[in-house]
Ligand binder design. Structure first.
Ligand SMILES: *Cc1c(COP(=O)(O)O)cnc(C)c1O
Length: 321
C-alpha cells in the first residue's frame, strides 16, 4: 500500500444542479465538490498531497519544492500542506514577480513560501538548479512534480472514484478539466478497480488531445502498478476533448466568462477562470450540441481553483463577461 495522510475534508459533497439542467435543457447535471477539500481554499491537489506529503515524510525530507504558473493552485496547496506538516517550501513560478500580487500568488505569500521567479523561459532548468542548491545547503529537498502528477498523486483520484461510486453509482459521464493528467489517470484506474461503468471525459485545458491521452495512459499504468495491479492502458481508451483550448493556458475568453457567470447565477456555484471555467464551457457546448441525452446523469467534477477569481486580470474580465 502507498503511505497516505488524512487531512482532506472527505468525502466531498455531491450535489444536483437542477436549475442549470433546466436552463440548458440538458441531462441531469451533478457536481462533485472537490473545491471543498480543505487546506487553504482546497482543490484537487489536496487529495494528491495526502499521498505526496506521506512520501516526503517517509523519505526524511525537510523542504518541499515544486513548480507552476503564477496562479498555480497546486503551488498554493503545496505551500499550505508544507506549513501544516512542518516542511519548508520553495516554489518555482513562471514569469516575473508581479508588482501587484493577487489570487493564488497573494496566498503563496501569506503562506510564507519562498518563491523563485523563473522568468520567461527555462523553468525546468531553474527548478533543477533550485533543487541542487537546496540539496547542497542541507535543506533535504523533496521534489513534487508539476501538478502533483506522478503515480502517488494520481492514486488519490483512484480512491476519489471509489468515494464517488459510494455516493452515486449510476453516472453516465464524468466531465472535468484535465491538464497534467494526474486527476484523469487516477479516475481511470479507480474506474477500473471499483467497477465504474460510465465514461470519463477530460476537457483539455492546455494540451492537444493526442499528447494528453498518451501521458494519461502511461501515468494510469504506473498508478495501477503502484496500487498493486498490472493493468495497462492505451491512449485510445482515454477520452479527451481538446476543442476548448481557446487562446491557450490561463487565457480567459468569452466561453469561460459565460460558464462562470451561468454557474454562479443559476446555482450559486463558483468556478475558476483557468480550469473549471474552461471545462464547464466545454460541458455547456457539448450539452447545446446534443452530445448527451436528457435522461443521462452527467457529473461535473469541480477541481477547485477559485482563488484565481480574485487575480488580476481575471477579475476585470469576469465582470466584463
Ligand atoms: C491542477 C488543476 C487541474 C488539473 O488537474 P491535473 O491532475 O493536473 O490534470 C484542474 N483544476 C484545477 C483547479 C487545478 O488546480
Amino acid at each position: 500500500m502507498l503511505p497516505r495522510l488524512h487531512f482532506a475534508h472527505l468525502p466531498t459533497p455531491i450535489e444536483a444542479l437542477p436549475r442549470l439542467s433546466a436552463e440548458l435543457q440538458g441531462p441531469q447535471i451533478w457536481v462533485k465538490r472537490d473545491d471543498q477539500t480543505g487546506l487553504a481554499f482546497g482543490g484537487n491537489k489536496t487529495r494528491k498531497l495526502e499521498f505526496l506529503i506521506a512520501d516526503a515524510q517517509a523519505s526524511g525530507a525537510e523542504t518541499l519544492i515544486t513548480a507552476g504558473a503564477v496562479q498555480s493552485n497546486h503551488c498554493r496547496q503545496t505551500a499550505a500542506a508544507a506549513n501544516r506538516f512542518g516542511f519548508a517550501c520553495i516554489l518555482v513560478l513562471a514569469g516575473e514577480k508581479p508588482s501587484n500580487p493577487s489570487g493564488n500568488n497573494f496566498l503563496d505569500q501569506i503562506l510564507g513560501a519562498e518563491i523563485v521567479w523563473a522568468g520567461g523561459s527555462g523553468r525546468e532548468q531553474i527548478l533543477e538548479q533550485t533543487f541542487e542548491s537546496a540539496l547542497d545547503n542541507g535543506k533535504k529537498p523533496y521534489l513534487i512534480p508539476y501538478g502533483g502528477s506522478n503515480e502517488k498523486g494520481a492514486a488519490a483520484y483512484a480512491f476519489a472514484m471509489q468515494e464517488l461510486l459510494d455516493q452515486k453509482a449510476d453516472l453516465d459521464w464524468i466531465v472535468f478539466p484535465s491538464s497534467s493528467g494526474g486527476t484523469q489517470a487516477g479516475l481511470v484506474v479507480g474506474g477500473q478497480m471499483f467497477g465504474y461503468r460510465g465514461r470519463i471525459l477530460g476537457i483539455s485545458v492546455d494540451n492537444p488531445a493526442l499528447d494528453l491521452q498518451e501521458s494519461v495512459a502511461m501515468l494510469a499504468g504506473e498508478t495501477a502498478r503502484a496500487l498493486g495491479g498490472s493493468s495497462k492502458f492505451s491512449p485510445g481508451e482515454i477520452l479527451v476533448n481538446d476543442n476548448y483550448l481557446g487562446a491557450g493556458y490561463g487565457v480567459m475568453g468569452e466561453p469561460e466568462a459565460e460558464a462562470l457567470n451561468l454557474f454562479a447565477q443559476q446555482e450559486g456555484l463558483l468556478l475558476d477562470p483557468v480550469y473549471t471555467g474552461r471545462a464547464a464551457a466545454g460541458l455547456i457546448d457539448l450539452i447545446r450540441s446534443g452530445f448527451f441525452t436528457a435522461d443521462q446523469n452527467v457529473l461535473f467534477w469541480h477541481t477547485g481553483g477559485t482563488p484565481a477569481l480574485f487575480a488580476h486580470p481575471y477579475l476585470e474580465k469576469i465582470l466584463a463577461g
